[in-house]
Ligand binder design. Structure first.
Ligand code: 7MF
Ligand code: ZN
Length: 880
């Protein structure tokens, strides 16, 4: 299916590199228009040379070669070949020095991969294959070298010159220029290289590691953002301490730098000793950042810091092993965040995002295993599956092994592989050895795509007191994998009696009960578990803490769900029981809408919603999650053929009914959540604010003048972004004059703050009002809209197409045409961002024939574009 010039890379084709690079000495003459790079590489052969020596092949893209010397002697043009993408030297010696001088143009680099300009700054992004856009190199992660880097630049415009490792010398040069030399003592793959040059200020602190070493922590930003770095710095300190306490891992250089950059494709990058961050994950002030922003910053700072051990000290042998570092580091950042915030609320948020985005990926044409078999463009595999399902796979290992053996497995992994580039297999082997377990079947989680389905049934025999749970597992076919073998699945569970008491769990043949919560291990297509000594028919509490990334079906009655929701010991199960009830209710209404039946929201739902709302014992943040209706995208997953407008209508009807019928308690809870003191992000009241804003959104669902008044009052008086945005988002969805008034005031107040203006764009793009697409098109012309800035492009185009199901999929296909137009624009500017925008089109099979045809038409239009980037081509072709 995939033809054209693009080459598919297969995991099975891996071979060790023919040459290794031991040291890298780089000198940059920095200039935004034209930068000269001199690279001196100490290279040695890594293959058997009893036969003919193999050619040295270096990767290189968009480079202008100025000179090439081998052991100090300029190479004649017939001694090497330069083609697009590479430079080869047919028969080099066993060991030699290669010096290449190349020119690149940072300012012209709109792809934001390699060396590029962001505002007045120069910075780099090299993962996965960006280093080859800086100089010729064997640009693969199993080639690890020691780097020495000299940066030269104009002193006035670039007073700050940073690279990996330690600063060794700096000084002046003629013509107003200066230089700095950095040396990184740790061997590293090229994707961890970084440099930054610009007019930056920094804040700093000292950190004493567990062994008593002092580390300098420095956060670099543009002058105007100086006051917005405190939270990032404190988050870094918390992450460093946490990794010492939880994993015994200590930082290893004398300096740790973070730089915030406005133009950045992804969240951040873990370059050794010099992290480069999207500024949205660094900058925060109480007025301009929401509670969610504060949490996201802490998590991303943690993520990049944790990579120092899981990614940098031990890296990936090849890019198929990406989840080795990413799944593991996601797991670590999720655990860190859970420890810093509320563990149940964090777990629920992670499960929600996995289910709505990763499950959809796993069910569509782009489904791939956590460890893929092949790719055209590696950037496309920085996916929800590799990252977040990969994180769940690590969590399952911990569940199966237990905390102690898991920690021992981590220690063993670090002990065995420090300084190496390894595969997922080495990680799992360390776990198997430490836990004395056979994990060969578990490896299927890395190799089989698709979300497994567990169908659970049960049987209770009153005479014998035996309760039998039967679990049948299956996994639907995915591209290239028609048939699946059974997975090794940890199913955490408990049993409740009718009063909600947890029952002791004793399996037949066991001497005694082993607690009231246990992990059943599924390995077969079908398996039964017989529990003894059960006095009456119990209610099973299944998949506690979401112990595996699976879908689960069990025929719960309404009473069972109410019992679990109020009585289960596991917060995830309590939350899930409420969500199942809401899904059943909304999907029932969807059916009524489609069949033209009269619509009404069941009394029992409103009653139980009201009881929950009044439950003062519940944690506020947890309660907010429990009272939030399932996302439209998650509801869509429950439908054979997605009907976006019926889903929206049904969900809105429930919201409106709740707002109407529970007006008084909603007002009361909101009032109880109202701020009593000036905002502080760490005041422990984030859950309260969330709940208060949720109540407001239910009240606003009715569209009453009273609610609009409350929203406006909150918008006008809020001393923090959480409450300001909470109010403004309800107003952006309201067909009332206050909408434009508030949006206008917000813009005027925040026009100088990029991060906040991104929110302003997103809010309008996700408004469910019928004129949203029209607005979005107008906003494309707004003076502050800049498609070249990834955050801005995402805030408008991404927010509309991925966060506004009902308007994006509006009949007529105008949303689809809009998205395809923008993808084609982005294709030639920034292929990675263009490719990420394709996601909604990959789901076309899930819609009705009319929408299918319209989406396919746009995909075909994209595919027909001459000069389509490999990133975009791969996803569009596979989606077709
Ligand atoms: C938290 O993984 C979770 C995920 C690659 C770039 C950051 O550290 C990273 C980089 C992509 C997608 C998501 C994340 C990152 C990247 C990310 C960031 C913070 N190695 Br692509
Ligand atoms: Zn990462």
């Amino acid at each position: 299916m995939l033809h054209t010039q693009h080459l598919t890379i297969h995991r099975k084709d891996y071979t060790v590199p023919d040459y290794l690079i031991e040291t890298v000495d780089l000198t940059f003459d920095l200039d935004a228009e034209q930068t000269q790079v001199v690279s001196r590489l100490a290279i040695r052969s890594n293959h058997d040379r009893s036969g003919a020596p193999r050619p040295l092949v270096l990767d290189g893209e968009e480079l202008t070669l100025v000179s090439l010397k081998l052991d100090g002697v300029e190479l004649d043009a017939d001694r090497y070949q330069v083609e697009e993408g590479r430079l080869s030297i047919p028969a080099p010696p066993e060991s030699f020095q290669l010096e290449a001088t190349t020119r690149i143009s940072p300012k012209a680099n709109s792809a934001l991969s390699g060396l590029y300009a962001s505002g007045s700054m120069l910075c780099t992004q090299c993962e996965a294959e960006g280093f080859r856009r800086i100089t010729y190199f064997i640009d693969r992660p199993d080639v690890m070298a020691v780097y020495t880097v000299t940066l030269k630049a104009d002193r006035a415009t670039c007073p700050v010159l940073l690279s990996n490792g330690n600063l060794t010398t700096r000084g002046d040069l003629p013509d107003g220029r200066h230089f700095a030399t950095w040396h990184d003592p740790f061997k590293k793959p090229s994707y961890l290289f970084a440099l930054v040059a610009g007019d930056l200020v920094h804040i700093s602190d000292r950190f004493a590691t567990m062994s008593g070493r002092q580390v300098n922590l420095e956060i670099y930003v543009e002058q105007r953002n100086r006051e917005k770095c405190e939270h990032a710095l404190r988050s870094l300190e918390r992450a460093m301490r946490w990794d010492e306490e939880q994993f015994g891992r200590e930082y290893d250089l004398d300096i740790y730098m973070i730089v915030a950059v406005d133009d950045f494709n992804m969240g951040a990058m873990e370059n050794k000793g010099l992290n480069v961050f999207n500024s949205r994950y660094v900058l925060a002030s109480p007025q301009s950042a929401t509670d969610d922003d504060y949490h996201a910053i802490e998590e991303v700072i943690g993520h990049e810091y944790f990579h120092n051990w899981t990614g940098n000290r031990i890296t990936c042998r090849d890019w198929f092993q990406l989840s080795l570092k990413e799944g593991l580091t996601i797991f670590r950042d999720q655990e860190f965040s859970a420890d810093m915030q509320s563990r149940p609320v964090k777990r629920i948020a992670d499960v929600k995002s996995l289910r709505s985005a990763q499950f959809a990926e796993d069910a569509g044409p782009l489904a791939h295993p956590v460890r893929p078999e092949s790719y055209l463009e590696i950037n496309n595999f920085y996916s929800m599956t590799v990252y977040h399902k990969g994180g769940e796979v690590i969590r399952m290992l911990r569940t199966l092994l237990g905390l102690e053996a898991f920690r021992a497995g981590m220690d063993l992994y670090f002990e065995r592989h420090d300084g190496q580039a390894v595969r997922v297999d080495e990680f799992v082997q360390a776990m198997a050895d430490a836990g004395k377990r056979d994990l060969s079947q578990f490896m299927r989680w890395y190799d089989q795509a698709g979300t497994p389905l567990l169908i659970v049934s049960d049987d209770y025999q009153e005479q014998t007191g035996i309760y039998t749970l039967t679990v049948v597992q299956s996994c639907p076919p995915t591209p290239g994998q028609p048939v699946k073998e059974p997975f090794h699945i940890p199913l955490a569970m408990g049993l409740l009696d009718r009063e909600g008491h947890e029952l002791p769990l004793q399996l037949e043949g066991e001497a005694r009960a082993a607690g009231t919560s246990r992990v059943l291990e599924l390995r077969e297509g079908s398996q039964s578990f017989r529990f003894v000594g059960i006095a009456s028919r119990p209610v099973p509490s299944l998949l506690r803490n979401f112990s595996a990334p699976v879908k689960l079906e069990y025929p719960y009655g309404e009473g069972d769900l109410a019992l679990l929701m109020t009585r289960d010991s596991d917060p995830f199960v309590r939350w899930e029981a409420g969500q199942v009830q809401a899904v059943q209710l909304i999907m029932g209404l969807v059916a009524d809408i489609r069949e033209g039946r009269a619509l009404s929201v069941k009394e029992s739902f409103i009653d139980s919603f009201g009881r929950l709302l009044a439950d003062e014992k519940q944690d506020r943040g947890f309660l907010a999650e429990a009272l939030t209706l399932p996302l439209e995208s998650y509801l869509a997953e429950q439908m054979e053929v997605i009907d976006p407008s019926a889903i929206h209508q049904a969900r809105e009807l429930v919201r409106d009914t709740v707002g109407e019928r529970l007006r008084e308690p909603l007002l009361a809870v909101r009032e109880a959540c109202a701020p009593r003191a000036p905002y502080r992000p760490d005041d422990g009241l984030a859950g309260c604010r969330r709940l208060g804003n949720l109540c407001l959104s239910y009240l606003m669902a009715t569209g009453s003048r009273e609610a609009i008044g409350l929203s406006m009052a909150q918008f006008e008086s809020a001393d923090n972004m959480t409450d300001s945005l909470g109010a403004l988002s309800t107003l952006a969805g309201c067909a009332c004059p206050e909408r434009d008034e508030a949006l206008g005031a917000f813009y005027d107040r925040w026009r100088e703050d990029r991060g906040v203006i991104d929110k302003w764009f997103s809010l309008q793009a996700t408004s469910r009002l019928p004129d949203t697409l029209e607005r979005v098109m107008q906003l494309l012309e707004h003076p502050d809209f800049d498609i070249r800035n990834p955050n801005r492009a995402r805030s408008l185009i991404g927010a509309f197409s991925q966060g506004n199901q009902v308007r994006f999929h509006e009949e007529g296909g105008a949303g689809y045409r809009f998205l395809a137009d923008q993808i084609l624009r982005l294709n030639s500017i920034n292929p990675q961002i263009a490719a990420r925008m394709l996601t909604p089109f990959s789901r076309w099979r899930r819609f009705d024939v009319g929408r299918q045809e319209q989406m396919k038409k746009e995909l075909a239009r994209i595919l027909a574009e001459p000069g389509l980037a490999r990133d975009v081509y791969e996803l569009a072709a596979k989606s077709m």
